[in-house]
Design a protein. Structure first.
Length: 491
C-alpha cells in the first residue's frame, strides 16, 4: 500500500516526501519496527515516539505517522503522513494496512469491570463447540487454533491488535472473542475495529486513577456500543447485563440489537434452578431459543452471570442452543478465577482474581453459599491504582469474612504498609478477627495455619498472576504455589 493510498483512507492529503512509498506493516514501537513498516509516533505518559524516528528508520521503517504539531521532528529525506492526532489515526491506519481483518472475522468485544476473562473464555468454548474456528484475546494472552500468540496487554495497542487479527485470519479463524478494557477504549486501541457484537458485564468502581470519575469510566465503555456500531453498516448485537445499575443506560444508548441477560424475570436470557458447588455450577438457561440444562466445570455464583453474557451474545450470532450448553460444559476453567487448590485437609482453599469492591463482594457471596464454618480472607490492594476503593474493600472484606488478613498486592511504587493502613481505615471495629501482614507469603501462612475443619481460605486479588510487582520489577510469585508450599510443610 502506498502512502498516498493510506493517507486517502485516513482522510488527509498531508503527505511529506514521496507519496509512492509502499508500506507493508505498522508499528508504534521503534524497538520492534520491521522492514517496510510505517512507524507511528505516539505520545505517551513517559515517552514521545517523535523522539525515536531516526531509530525506527534505521531499523527499516519506510515512513512515519506524525502529529501536525511535531512536523519539525521529521528528518530530511523521511516521508511522512501528518495527522491531527497519531493515537486517533493509528487504529484506522493499521486496519487499512493489514487489510481490515475484522471485516473477515466476527469479533465479539467483552467489556466491564469484572468477568471479562471468563466471559471471553466461555465465548471461545461455545464457538468451538459450534464447530467454528475460534480465537481469543485478553488478560490471559491470545490463543487460536491450538496456538498461543503474543499479546502484551489485555487489549493490545492498535497496531498489535490489527496484526494479531490478521494473523488469526490467515490461520483460518472466523470468530474472535476479546476483552475490551476501558483503558483500551480511552486510548483508542480498538479504533478501526468492526465488532459483530459486544457484551457488557457490569460497571463498578475501578480505574479511577486513570479515568478520574465514574462518568468518564462509563463514557469509555459506551464507545463500544455507540461510536463503533455507527461507523459500519452491518448488524451489531449487544448483550447487556440488565441486573447492573448501568445496564438500562447502556441498553438505551446502544446502536444495534440489544439482548438483555440477568437473573431477573425481565431478561431475555436468564438462569433458573441454580445449584452451586466449589467445583461446578448447574442451572437452567432460559432464552428466546428455548431452555437447556447447563453445567459449568467451575464454581462461583458470579460465574452464572458470565455464562449468561456469553450465551446471550453467542445465541444472538446464530449459535444453536445445544452448542451453547456443550461449550459451557467443555470450557477450561480460567486460571485464578474461583480456582480450588487441593489441601488434602478437612478445610478448603480458593484463589480468585477479585480486586474490585464488587468483585470482592461477589466472591464472598459465592464463598458463603458453600456454607463453610468460617471464611478466612487474605486480600490487599494494588499500588499506584485507584486508592479510593481501598477502605471500601476493607469494609467489604470485614463484613463478608470471619477472619480478615490484610496484606500486599502489587505495591508498585507505593509503601505497602501505607496501602494496608488505608484498607484498614474502612474496617468497622470489632466486626471480625483481623490481622495485618505486609509480606504476602507470611499472610497466607497465617491464614492457612488458622484454618480449622470446615473452613474456607480465600486468597483474593492476584488470581492466576505469576508475579508480584514491586517498583518496576515483576518478581516471580504465585498465590497457588505459595499455598501449596505452606500446606506441604504443615504437620
Amino acid at each position: 500500500m502506498t502512502l498516498l493510498d493510506l493517507a486517502t483512507a485516513l482522510g488527509t492529503s498531508a503527505v511529506i516526501g514521496s507519496s509512492n512509498i509502499r508500506v507493508t506493516g505498522v508499528s508504534h514501537d521503534s524497538r520492534t519496527v520491521a522492514e517496510g513498516d510505517l512507524f507511528a509516533c505516539l505520545v505517551g505518559a513517559t515517552a514521545d515516539g517523535h523522539e525515536f524516528i531516526r531509530e525506527a528508520v534505521a531499523r527499516g521503517a519506510r515512513a512515519v505517522l506524525v502529529n501536525k504539531d511535531r512536523r519539525d521532528a521529521i528528518p530530511s529525506a523521511v516521508s511522512a503522513i501528518v495527522v491531527p492526532d497519531t493515537r486517533v489515526a493509528l487504529g484506522p491506519a493499521a486496519a487499512c494496512v493489514f487489510g481490515y481483518p475484522s471485516h473477515d472475522v466476527d469479533v465479539i468485544g467483552v467489556t466491564g469491570t469484572n468477568g471479562k476473562s471468563t466471559t471471553v473464555a466461555m465465548c471461545e468454548a461455545i464457538g468451538l463447540a459450534a464447530g467454528r474456528a475460534t480465537g481469543r484475546i485478553g488478560t490471559l494472552g491470545a490463543h487460536a487454533m491450538g496456538r498461543d500468540l503474543p499479546a502484551a496487554h489485555t487489549t493490545p495497542e492498535a497496531d498489535d491488535l490489527q496484526r494479531l487479527l490478521a494473523a488469526m485470519r490467515g490461520m483460518g479463524v472466523r470468530l474472535v472473542a476479546m476483552e475490551v478494557s476501558s483503558h483500551g477504549l480511552a486510548l483508542r486501541r480498538t479504533d478501526g475495529m468492526r465488532f459483530a457484537g459486544a457484551v457488557f458485564t457490569n460497571l463498578t468502581q475501578d480505574h479511577l486513577d486513570f479515568h478520574g470519575t465514574m462518568d468518564a469510566y462509563l463514557e469509555a465503555k459506551l464507545r463500544l456500543f455507540v461510536e463503533y456500531p455507527r461507523l459500519w453498516e452491518t448488524p451489531f448485537y449487544a448483550a447487556i447485563n440488565m441486573d447492573d445499575p448501568q445496564g438500562a443506560l447502556v441498553a438505551r444508548s446502544t446502536v444495534g440489537h440489544v439482548i438483555g441477560f440477568g437473573l431477573g424475570p425481565g431478561a431475555a436470557v436468564r438462569a433458573s434452578d441454580v445449584d452451586m458447588r466449589a467445583d461446578r455450577t448447574r442451572f437452567v438457561l432460559v432464552s428466546p431459543q428455548g431452555s437447556v440444562q447447563v453445567e459449568l466445570p467451575i464454581g462461583g455464583a458470579f460465574q452464572v452471570m458470565n455464562a449468561l453474557g456469553a450465551s446471550a451474545i453467542m445465541l444472538a450470532l446464530g449459535t444453536p442452543l445445544e452448542a451453547v450448553a456443550e461449550g459451557l460444559h467443555a470450557m477450561k476453567p480460567v486460571p485464578g478465577r474461583f480456582e480450588s487448590v487441593q489441601t488434602g485437609r478437612d478445610w478448603s482453599l480458593i484463589v480468585d482474581f477479585a480486586h474490585t469492591p464488587d468483585g470482592l463482594a461477589s466472591l464472598l457471596k459465592s464463598a458463603r453459599a458453600l456454607n463453610p464454618s468460617r471464611i478466612i480472607l487474605v486480600m490487599g490492594c494494588g499500588g499506584n491504582r485507584d486508592a479510593g476503593k481501598r477502605p471500601i474493600m476493607g469494609r467489604i472484606g470485614a463484613e463478608g469474612a470471619d477472619v480478615l488478613v490484610v496484606t500486599s498486592d502489587n505495591p508498585r511504587h507505593e509503601d505497602p504498609a501505607a496501602i494496608i493502613k488505608q484498607i484498614l481505615a474502612g474496617v468497622p471495629e470489632g466486626i471480625c478477627s483481623l490481622h495485618a501482614e505486609v509480606d504476602r507469603r507470611l499472610a497466607i501462612e497465617y491464614a492457612i495455619r488458622e484454618a480449622r475443619s470446615g473452613d474456607l481460605v480465600l486468597l483474593a486479588g492476584k488470581g492466576g498472576e505469576t508475579y508480584m510487582i514491586v517498583g518496576d520489577e515483576h518478581i516471580p510469585y504465585d498465590d497457588r504455589e505459595v499455598a501449596r508450599e505452606i500446606i506441604e510443610r504443615l504437620p
